[in-house]
Ligand binder design. Structure first.
Ligand code: ATP
Ligand code: MG
Length: 583
């Protein structure tokens, strides 16, 4: 079933959108002009932390609320731009005192507590490199990343240190300092008390010369398709964060912005830290994990205006019966965005009905450092489409042939999604893996590894990851279209679809289905779902096998791990499970 477009009425939008006319914005865009809007360091150069914090702290927004932190226990901690400048300067001084220099790696292993944000910005001020990890990682994934990332400093908490890091120290010879955010005293010469070091540090810190090309961030990919890769980003990435904050998130000075992602995933830094601060708006951080009631209360009580979340969370909200707007006042909310996985058209439309606003899908990767394709506040939405390329970004659908990479100019033809290299937040390396990095760039294109198509009006449609595509009876099937069709059935909460080798048809489409509360996964439902999918997709594409499961394996960033569904189905090795969400 195709969904009707959701048309936008500019007059009805609550604020005048930053990007009112897509084609005009594309034509007018220049990265130099974006660069000119940032301040630059007094002596020249560009540093993300200067632009995100010090620039505002020394200007008219010094007293504006920069970060409102909501603790699990109900506590609230408000920090102005001036406060953020002080805390991050202190941390930069701590690093300097410890002899940590430019380019050296500072890791964080902690939940979303204020210290994480001070550490991120302070590390950038010191021109060291920040690498955040999910606090739920077990010791092995922590070790893998600290050693592969050449960690010199780790910021964590007493409990996490004891549980996950203490036993690894002998295997981490280059890790020189571990700073415990909640320890009153040092444990030894290497394991130090953060509060003591911070108390002794000055709030004055002059950011050393920083080149826009200096390494700033190291982010490991989600590990959805295999071993996570360490993507390197530079200070210039701030230009993309700033531009997308304007064009996509549509940030305006009085916005209250909430990004639900954890900084262990790139969305939680690019948009959970930098984009809102670069725009001088108020950034909400919730320490707690997903909880539908808490989230709706938060949207209501904090008067969130722009909300950035992920399909997996939206699907969890969709499972709950009832009308959220009858229970909660979501009147402040004006824009909802989602990233990380394909957003089923059903979810876009659910947003419109249940929340009063459609959900705006956008596409990007750890490697791209920022949003590349998006649905914009002022642009009509075609549910199921990722939208159109960001102004300043050239995207194409390509195919690799004997003659190299060829751009597919016809519409509605599937191919690999490619980007013209050179945007500011493009990753500059896969750490310690030059060959793999080089392979991503062919004939002047960055190849994303995702398959997509473009329609006649320039909207891009996600088909699937190249690795997940199913070849069945001569058809190429993307799991997304099958999963989306199943989602339209009233008893389906979520599904993951794989190809299972079959001697007759190549691969057979198999779906793993989670049913909504109150529904039972039995033979009758199985037959009903197969019939339902056949009507929507045709018999060649509809699943031939359906298994009912309690839950789907997901990464910590909320992505369905289809490779794991497949490995388990076929009894193959499960591969790297470091990012598997298992609690
Ligand atoms: P790995 O590269 O280690 O396998 P990963 O690709 O999941 O992990 P991320 O960089 O976090 O790591 O995710 C980027 C990928 O997520 C994209 O390449 C795409 O497959 C998927 N993705 C992100 N946003 C969307 C979207 N809006 N629609 C469809 N897919 C999306
Ligand atoms: Mg990837």
């Amino acid at each position: 079933m195709s969904f009707d477009p959701i048309c936008k009425d500019l007059q009805a939008l609550r604020v005048t959108p930053n990007l009112a006319d897509y084609n005009q914005a594309r034509a007018a865009h220049s990265w130099d002009a974006i660069r000119a809007e940032l301040q630059g360091l007094p002596g020249g150069g560009l540093n993300i932390a200067h632009e995100a914090v010090d620039r505002h702290a020394r200007g008219t927004r010094a007293a504006h609320l920069a970060l409102r932190w909501l603790g699990k226990d109900g506590s609230v901690h408000d920090l102005t731009y001036a406060d953020m400048a002080d805390h991050s300067a202190r941390f930069a001084n701590v690093l300097r005192t410890l002899g940590v220099g430019k380019g050296e790696r500072v890791f964080a292993l902690m939940s979303r507590v204020p210290e994480l944000y001070f550490a991120a910005l302070g590390t950038l001020k010191n021109v060291s490199v920040f690498c955040p990890l999910f606090s739920q990682f077990g010791p092995e994934p922590v070790w893998q990343r600290l050693s592969r990332g050449d960690a010199k400093v780790l910021v964590t908490t007493k409990a996490l240190y004891e549980k996950k890091v203490a036993s690894l120290r002998e295997r981490l010879p280059s890790l020189q300092f571990i700073l415990l955010a909640d320890a009153e005293d040092d444990l030894d010469g290497c394991v130090r008390s953060w509060p003591k070091l911070m108390a002794a540090a000055s709030t004055q810190f002059e950011i050393p010369p920083t080149s826009p090309e200096d390494m700033a961030l190291l982010h490991f990919t989600s590990g959805t398709t295999g071993m996570p890769k360490g993507a390197v980003h530079v200070h210039q990435a701030a230009l993309t964060h700033f531009a997308t904050g304007r064009y996509v998130l549509d940030l305006h000075p009085e916005d209250i912005f909430w990004c639900t992602a954890d900084p262990g995933w790139v969305t939680g830094t690019s948009y959970g830290i930098f984009a809102p601060l670069l725009h001088g708006v108020t950034n909400l951080v919730d320490e707690a994990d997903f909880d539908a009631e808490r989230w709706y209360c938060l949207l209501q009580d904090q008067k969130v205006t722009v909300w950035y979340t992920a399909p997996t969370a939206i699907r969890r909200l969709m499972r709950i019966p009832g009308e959220p707007r009858q229970q909660f006042d979501l009147g402040a909310l004006r824009l909802i965005h989602s990233v990380g996985e394909p957003l089923n058209p059903e979810a876009v439309v659910w947003g419109q009905c249940a929340l009063g606003l459609p959900i705006h899908d956008n596409w990007w990767q750890t490697e791209t450092g920022g949003i590349m394709i998006a649905n914009y506040a002022a642009m009509d939405i075609r549910p199921g489409s990722m939208g159109k390329p960001l102004p300043g970004i050239e995207a194409a659908i390509v195919k690799k042939g004997d003659a190299g990479v060829e751009v597919i100019t016809e519409c509605d033809v599937e191919g690999e999604l490619a980007l013209k290299p050179g945007w500011p937040s493009m990753f500059r390396a896969y750490l310690h893996d030059e060959a793999r990095y080089a392979k991503c760039f062919v004939d002047g294109w960055y190849l994303s590894g995702d398959l997509a198509k473009r329609d006649a009006d320039g909207y891009f449609w996600f088909v699937g990851r190249a690795d997940d595509i199913i070849k069945t009876s001569g058809h190429m099937v993307g799991p997304f279209e099958v999963e989306s069709a199943l989602m339209e059935h009233p008893s389906v909460a979520e599904s993951g679809v794989i190809g299972k080798p079959d001697p007759l048809i190549g691969q057979l489409v198999k779906a793993f289905v989670v049913v909504k509360a109150g529904h039972e996964g039995n033979d009758a439902l199985r037959m009903d779902l197969i019939g339902f999918a056949r009507k929507r997709l045709g018999p060649a594409v509809a699943p031939k096998e359906i298994a009912f499961v309690e839950s789907l394996p997901k990464t910590r960033s909320g992505k369905i791990m289809r490779r794991l569904l497949k490995a388990r189905e076929l009894g193959l090795p499960e591969g790297d499970l470091s990012t598997l969400e298992n609690d």
